[in-house]
Design a binder for this molecule. Structure first.
Ligand code: KG4
Ligand code: ZN
Length: 321
């Protein structure tokens, strides 16, 4: 639950996240049927805990925001259907929110952020550079031509036997590692666009994973992988900053999405932004990975602009920004 003042100050009143990681870990990744069933089982309780946590009843709501995609459609349909039921029963406006738009505004949950800004959105499903001019007003400057950065973390961690989800596990394994002995490929170096590619890194690192024998080997490889991913994110963001700076005087670089929780990634990107004369911002750790507070904020911003949805808004497995 989020409150948004007319002048744009956001306060998180409550944030409840039910993680399904334990349900999926045994399978090494997300199982769509389990995900959908778990949404059905948990949604009542999660919503109730959010309302109690905020100390607000249905009468205190101004609107209901729900994720309408993109993503595994079973879970999306459960959340959107629940949101529609509350909106209809209470006569409240419904705001169908794009999950990516939620990530795009998530840094605003921790600080006042003025539009426009340059955004690196790095999650398990996406890796994009976006010019964000306002809610519902964004254009894409670059994207991945194969895997997303989070996907690269997850797949390499799996090849190293680190379990699921791979990003946090790999970050932990990299502590005390020295990756300098590994020479991992650097993709798209020197290219003039702002696209990403992680498949070469994934193949090379997965092969090296087979040669790791000791914990130190694994720590060294994890460190090399983490640095290589951070370096590519930095190189491509640097390109985007150079282009962006030609058009905008307000120079702010924001990183968001699950991979923004990685401390090495944050540190390297902050240094890159600094060197380009950009202010740097990342969401508070709790709002990097998926959460409903960022969806509530995107909904509240849309509501302020009168951008409400029809009650028959569809759940969309694919929904580019
Ligand atoms: O945004 P998110 O929660 O879900 C999607 O929208 O995809 O991002 C999840 C992704 C996963 O790939 C996960 O491994 C990665 O973010 N991730 C991390 C870290 N925490 C989450 N990657 C690297 N380091 C982390 N600390
Ligand atoms: Zn996400």
């Amino acid at each position: 639950m989020v409150r948004l003042t007319p002048d744009g100050e956001a306060t998180v009143l409550s944030s409840v996240v039910h993680s399904q990681i334990d349900d999926h870990a045994a399978f090494g990744g997300v199982v769509p049927e389990i995900a959908a069933r778990s949404h059905v089982e948990m949604i009542d309780g999660v919503v109730r805990r959010a309302m109690v946590g905020a100390g607000i009843g249905y009468d205190g709501l101004d609107g209901v925001a729900a994720t309408a995609g993109p993503g595994l459609v079973g879970g999306v349909m459960v959340g959107l259907g629940f949101g529609k039921a509350v909106a209809l029963a209470r006569g409240l406006p419904l705001i169908a929110v794009n999950h990516l738009e939620g990530h795009a505004v998530s840094a605003r949950l921790g600080a006042r952020v003025a539009y426009p800004f340059l955004l690196l959105l790095v999650s398990g499903g996406h890796c994009q550079l976006l010019e964000v001019r306002g809610i519902g007003d964004m254009s894409r400057l670059g994207t991945t031509i194969d895997d997303a950065a989070g996907e690269a973390f997850d797949k390499i961690a799996k090849a190293m036997g680190l379990g699921y989800p791979g990003g946090p596990a790999l970050e932990k394994t990299a502590e005390g590692g020295d990756g300098s002995r590994f020479d991992l490929p650097r993709a798209l170096l020197g290219r003039k666009d702002c696209d990403f590619s992680f498949s070469g890194l994934k193949t090379a690192a997965s092969r090296l994973a087979q040669t790791c024998e000791t914990d130190q080997d694994r720590a060294d490889l994890a460190d090399a992988v983490q640095s290589a991913i951070a370096r590519q994110l930095s190189e491509r963001s640097d390109r985007a900053m150079a282009d962006y700076a030609e058009k905008h005087d307000h120079r702010l670089f924001v990183v968001a999405g699950g991979v923004a929780a990685n401390r090495t990634v944050r540190r390297v990107l902050e240094a890159t932004a600094d060197a380009r004369g950009f202010a740097f911002l990342a969401p508070p750790m709790a709002y990097c990975t998926d959460n409903a507070a960022m969806i509530a904020l995107a909904g509240a911003e849309r509501l302020q602009l009168g951008l409400v949805s029809d009650i028959d808004a569809p759940a969309r497995p694919r929904w580019p920004l």
